[in-house]
Design a protein. Structure first.
Length: 550
């Protein structure tokens, strides 16, 4: 067998021509110590703040402390399998979470990984965990109502799209119920909801998901769960992850119908579109044309930020950051402010999308002047205060309308609701004042007695069952009827029964009033006349069949 040099040369030339060196550089560090979800790593000199790193066992971490000789990393995964001496490599990107329509209806952990047993989430879209909040020029005033379906809230503590309304109260006073009612009430209104459960029992989160599914709310809701069993780093990033998922829908632009619901194609995917402008507003800013694509309205519930603050305190102490008041780190205010500042109503030039935040804070023995409650109260645009005494007295939702406030006010109400709610708030305020006075007075004049009787019935009217949000036209009718005295002769314990009967009667016998309020949310003279006519007919029937009297 002879050796042919020309063939060997030809093969070598071909091999050299096809030779491709795929070189890549990775910055790799070494674990110095690990424990309690925290790792100190040496060798990652170029790592960025909040950059995602990967450990040898596949777990991810986030660089939180950049020190001279080492990096403090919080571990977002199983830290029990990480040992001293193992390698850690940079990923070159800040911590991001999956986003997009594929997440709707799913239950995920704060890294966007599914935990509902329904298989992987098919999405290629990602959003940074720590997104920048919109600047002043990119925002506009809050003016669109976000109806919660709760009479006491929509009438006296209105929430608008883009607002941050705090829900605050002791444990077991119905805070989560208020938030869940608000989510259920967004059905058919084109609002994408994100419910973030922080530090709760897994059974509690499962109950919430089941309730949302029962009322059809999971069709437009993402649930982000970091249970009490999850490590502190996971609980800390949970609200940021939920906000990033909501921001995706706020910043992207879709074609919508007249109700604000995004249009879908044959596959059920939202149809993207381009913004179209029609002139300028009084400030010279671009104004969206009618029928243009736009950003979607989103609602984020953080349940609750007290537990997130405790998780952040644990991380900070383990990272050896100096403790401050109640051992919280000095930047715990910034931790919440940079989260809640991402809520906004965007300007028309940015697509007019919105992110409404309902943060929840748990107080201890009603102490709203504690560190974390005062911090979050100062960041938000109002608070819904739930009082234990009212809750135990059977007033549910147990909202103290005297302490609760919305700093957006009537701007976030329909014309009809604004008209009827003014009288309701006045009647309740007078009742609270007289109630305290009446305890010490043996003789009361008739006017005072009438005022007290009206107040008691107002309190009764504002009671509402769990998971039964009411449409705005039904709320307006009920409050209008009370303000006009139609319930003054109804026994207190039958006020809610009378309200239910009134709504059923008006729906079947006086659809004109409902139609006027439904089509045009203004309480015009025509609507008032139709309501009076229907209410008088109902009262005569109610008196004849059911009886009345205090």
């Amino acid at each position: 067998m002879s050796i042919r040099p020309d063939e060997i040369t030809s093969v070598l030339k071909q091999a050299i021509a096809g030779f491709d060196v795929d070189l890549s550089m990775e910055e790799v560090g070494t674990v110095l110590e690990v424990g309690d979800g925290i790792s100190r790593v040496f060798g990652l000199e170029g790592v960025m703040a909040n950059e995602m790193v990967q450990f040898e066992n596949g777990a991810y971490g986030m660089a939180l402390n950049l020190e001279e000789d080492s990096v403090g990393i919080v571990i977002l995964g199983d830290y029990l399998k990480i040992e001293e001496g193992q390698s850690v490599k940079r990923t070159g990107r800040v911590l991001s979470v999956p986003a997009g329509q594929a997440l709707i209806g799913r239950v995920v952990n704060p890294l966007g990984e599914p935990i509902d047993g329904k298989g992987p989430i098919a999405t290629t879209e990602f959003m940074p965990l720590e997104g920048a909040s919109p600047g002043i020029a990119d925002r506009q005033s809050v003016f669109e109502p976000l109806m919660t379906g709760i009479k006491a809230v929509d009438a006296m503590i209105p929430v608008g799209r883009g607002q941050r309304e705090l829900i605050i109260g002791d444990r077991e006073t119905g805070k989560t119920s208020v938030a869940i009612d608000a989510i259920i009430n967004q059905k058919g209104k084109g609002v994408i909801c994100v419910y973030v459960a922080i530090g709760q029992k897994a059974s509690t989160v499962a109950g919430v998901v089941e309730r949302l599914r029962e009322y059809g709310a999971m069709d437009y809701t993402i649930v982000v769960s970091a249970t009490a069993n999850d490590p502190a780093p996971t609980q800390y990033i949970a609200p940021y992850a939920g906000t990033a998922m909501a921001e995706y829908f706020m910043y992207n632009h879709y074609k919508v119908d007249e109700n604000g619901n995004p249009e879908t194609d044959e596959s059920g995917n939202f149809v993207p579109g381009e913004l179209a402008f029609d002139g300028e507003d009084h400030l010279g800013r671009k104004k969206l044309a009618a029928g243009s694509a736009r950003g979607l309205a989103t609602l984020c519930v953080y349940d609750d930020l007290s537990k997130q603050a405790v998780a952040y305190r644990q991380l900070s102490l383990l990272l050896r950051r100096p403790p401050g008041r109640e051992a919280f780190p000095g930047d715990v205010f910034y931790c919440h402010s940079r989260l809640l500042e991402r809520s906004a109503k965007l300007s028309d030039a940015k697509g007019a999308g919105s992110l409404t935040a309902l943060p929840v804070i748990e107080t201890q023995a009603g102490d709203v002047s504690a560190y974390i409650p005062t911090n979050v109260i100062s960041i938000t645009d109002g608070q819904i205060y739930l009082e234990p005494d009212l809750f135990y007295a059977g007033v549910r939702p147990a909202i103290n309308v005297g302490i609760s406030v919305s700093r957006v006010g009537g701007n976030a109400q329909t014309h009809a609701m604004k008209k009827v709610a003014g009288q309701l708030r006045l009647d309740l305020a007078q009742y609270r004042e007289l109630e305290a006075f009446a305890q010490f007075a043996s003789d009361l004049d008739q006017a005072t007695q009438n005022q007290l009787a009206r107040g008691v019935r107002n309190v009764e009217l504002l009671k509402q069952g769990l998971f039964h949000p009411k449409p705005v036209e039904e709320q307006v009718m009920a409050i209008f009827a009370m303000g006009e005295g139609y319930f003054d002769d109804v026994a207190v314990d039958r006020v809610l029964e009378a309200e239910t009967g009134m709504i059923e009667y008006l729906r079947t016998h006086s659809s004109g009033a409902l139609r006027i309020l439904g089509d045009n949310p203004k309480l015009t003279d025509e609507a008032k006349a139709a309501l009076h006519e229907g209410l008088k007919a109902f009262k005569s029937q109610w008196s004849a069949t059911s009886g009345s009297g205090a």
